[in-house]
Design a protein around this ligand. Structure first.
Ligand SMILES: Cc1ncc(COP(=O)(O)O)c(C=O)c1O
Length: 397
């Protein structure tokens, strides 16, 4: 069979590979402590589920507008007007199958062969592949542990080339948890505006901030209406990963083009999901306590996990400002043999942990940083404690 070269250039998802290996062990009856999942371990709030059931019972089961039901688009726009003074209306919003579809479709609409797209590193695994699928080339913008992996406008300016057409910024960041300084968000937007680039601003973890302050690039949409496209999701905020609902908000011409692409690809997000999303976004009396509760619990786990990681031999971990990931540097163990596995990088390190103490972590190489591994703390405190005690056993010198 002959496949398109476009497809063969795309890498498989390393995060999914870890889930698979951990799943295979579990199927054999092994008690795996799983730090892999990039999704909340909470359930979708009851009132959101109820809204979906009501939608089914009211036969709200037909096609909707490709771009999403007007009430939902308006609810998203209203939130951006209220929180960030962004001049968005429903026609500047596209409802998508998660933040992922928003970003993927934006790449298809904006980039092509010969274009370069800046991707700050470490990066979420899908960013470079989305750029590749659009036919463009990723140019990585390195950030480092010493500065808490916080991206600056100066980092971006250094990496730019004449072929740069855009940048994908993710804050709070997966995998590092870094929250950009508000002044740097502004700096990146101003730089992009001055060079005619588009900023794809992925704020899928915007509600999960422990330290620092999140600033949405949408705050600059009034001043630079053509520069910023924000991508958001209900997946993390309302523990709705499986429902598949997120959105893009930005310049109307770009949103219209993305709408045209989606119209020939997937059409509307599930009608029932859209009613559930509408409830989540428009009933703050019910949704806010749920979101606050999750944030508090993540914060408690982080309080325990980060010092516990730093107390392990050969492990250093900067406290994540947001999201629900720790991204420790474990490279002091490279060159050792752990549980019979020679460790040469993050992949063999993760393999050693899985095989010797049944702890699943995601190799940092998948995110462009081989010295680190990612641990999700979207898992219970008891499991985190169990995981730490197993790590202490295998990492003891
Ligand atoms: C940085 C980042 N952006 C976007 C997404 C997309 O999530 P979804 O498509 O479920 O909204 C994820 C999910 O893990 C993510 O980590």
């Amino acid at each position: 069979m002959k496949f398109a070269s476009r497809a063969s250039r795309v890498a498989g998802s390393a995060t999914l590979a870890v889930l698979k290996a951990a799943g295979a062990l579990r199927a054999r009856g092994v008690d795996v402590v799983d730090f892999g999942p990039g999704e909340p371990d909470f359930t979708t709030p009851a009132f959101v589920k109820r809204a979906a059931i009501d939608a089914i019972e009211a036969n709200f089961t037909k096609y909707t507008d490709t771009s999403g039901i007007p009430e939902l688009r308006e609810a998203i726009a209203a939130r951006y007007r209220a929180e960030w003074s962004a001049p968005y209306t429903a026609s500047e919003v596209l409802v998508t199958a998660g933040g992922k579809q928003a970003l993927h479709t934006a790449c298809l609409a904006l980039f092509e062969e010969g274009d370069e797209v800046l991707v700050p590193s470490p990066y979420w695994v899908s960013f470079p592949e989305m750029v590749t699928l659009a036919g463009a080339k990723s140019v990585f913008v390195p950030t480092n542990a010493a500065s808490g992996f916080r991206l600056t406008a100066a980092d971006v300016a250094r990496a730019a080339t004449p072929a740069t057409r855009g940048i994908i910024v993710n804050t709070p960041n997966n995998p590092t948890g870094a929250v950009m300084e508000p002044a740097e968000v502004e700096g990146v937007v101003r730089l992009a505006a001055s060079r005619g680039w588009t900023v794809l601003f992925d704020e899928c973890y915007d509600r999960f901030v422990f330290e620092g302050r999140h600033l949405s690039a949408a705050s600059f949409a009034r001043e630079f209406p053509e520069t910023v496209l924000v991508a958001g999701t209900l997946s993390k905020t309302y523990a709705m990963t499986g429902w598949r609902v997120g959105f893009a908000a930005g310049p109307k011409a770009l949103i219209d083009l993305m709408n045209r692409i989606v119209g020939h690809a997937t059409s509307n997000v599930c009608s029932i999901t859209q009613q559930a999303a509408l409830a989540a976004l428009t009933r703050p009396d019910e949704s806010e306590p749920a979101v606050e509760g999750m944030l508090k619990e993540y914060a408690r786990r982080r309080e325990y996990l980060i010092p516990a990681l730093n107390a392990l031999p050969g492990v250093t971990c900067a406290p994540p400002g947001g999201a629900f990931y720790a991204f420790p540097d474990v490279s002091a163990h490279y060159g050792r043999v752990l549980g019979g596995v020679p460790v040469t990088g993050s992949e063999s390190f993760a393999k050693a942990l899985l095989e010797t103490v049944a702890v699943a972590v995601t190799p940092g190489v998948a995110f462009g940083e081989d010295r680190c591994v990612r641990l999700s703390f979207a898992t219970s405190r008891a499991r985190i404690e169990e995981g730490i005690s197993r790590l202490a056993r295998v990492l003891a010198v």
